[in-house]
Design a protein around this ligand. Structure first.
Ligand code: MG
Length: 295
């Protein structure tokens, strides 16, 4: 809708609540955030769970004795869901870089990695009938076996969405466009959002848009980032979700010409939020919903 900017709470509202927890999502909804973004992976017993990295994150994970993990070698897909539940993800390790990035996040006890079904059940409560989920399926084509095959990730994730009849209140996004192809095969009516991150001199995470990238499925080589909207539209995408530093007003206009929705991530600084609003994006994915609400 022209003139409307939709707010997506990133991992709930990571700036203030522990990320990817049901409590964080519920509090985000209660703050007036209509859409929350969350990350999905699979356990060994194929339960879609809501957590960001393919391995447990040492800076946010304590074991049943309250000890922080010593490394990031524990793969989510090596745990049954029952075993994963023994970890507490309600706080950030003080002194870590991660804690320095989110100094206002609450530190809580007793919060488990939720299942996607837990979050879907929240959205089905009468109070939350108008909420949406922006479900990011985490997959990498770079490390064989680190994440499950795209078809498995897509199938089990869509199974949960359909079992709660949430198809009309969900967007599925991924940096790994192979996953989005699988989602298209299973549930073509669920809107697919193509995440993009351009290569740069000092990328803050793995880029997915570069020459001969394995992240972009059957899309033809991307010679010019300005071609991204056309390529995504060609693939049947509904949404383009670029890193905010990689998108200009011209790009947004080009995407709108192709009837794409543009959701920029992860926009936290007030200046960047203003810049994205001025660029005409449709959605802003942020760790700090209140900063967008106050713009
Ligand atoms: Mg995400």
């Amino acid at each position: 809708m022209p003139g409307i900017v939709r707010l997506h709470g990133h991992r709930g509202a990571r700036g203030i609540w522990p990320e990817n927890t049901v409590m964080g999502f519920q509090n985000a909804f209660d703050l007036g955030v209509q859409i929350v973004e969350l990350d999905v992976l699979l356990t060994k017993d194929n339960v879609p769970v809501v957590t960001h990295n393919p391995t447990l994150m040492p800076d946010t994970t304590r074991d049943e004795r309250g000890k922080w993990l010593s490394n990031d070698a524990l793969k989510i897909s090596d745990f049954t869901y029952q075993n994963l539940r023994r970890f507490d993800v309600g706080g950030i390790r003080s002194g870590s870089d991660y804690a320095a990035r989110y100094p206002e996040q609450a530190f809580l006890f007793g919060y488990k990695i939720p299942t996607l079904a837990d979050v879907a059940a929240l959205c089905c409560q009468p109070t939350y009938q108008n909420t949406w989920l922006n479900v990011e399926i985490k997959s990498t084509p770079l490390n064989e076996g680190l994440t499950p095959p795209p078809a498995e990730l897509a199938r089990h994730t869509i199974d949960v969405i359909q079992s709660f009849d949430l198809q009309s209140r969900v967007i599925v996004q991924s940096f790994d466009w192979r996953v989005l192809r699988e989602v298209e095969l299973i549930a073509p009516d669920i809107p697919r959002s193509h995440l993009t991150y351009l290569d740069s001199a000092a990328p803050v995470m793995q880029p997915n848009i570069y020459e001969n990238s394995p992240w972009i499925a059957d899309a033809v080589g991307i010679a010019d980032p300005a071609d991204l909207p056309a390529i995504i539209a060609d693939m049947g995408g509904s949404v383009w979700s670029p890193f905010h530093e990689n998108v200009t007003p011209t790009d947004v206009a080009a995407a709108h010409e192709l009837n794409l929705i543009v959701n920029a991530w992860t926009v936290n600084a007030p200046d960047d939020i203003e810049r994205m609003i001025d660029a005409g994006v449709d959605g802003i994915i942020t760790d700090y919903p209140a900063r967008v609400q106050r713009c």
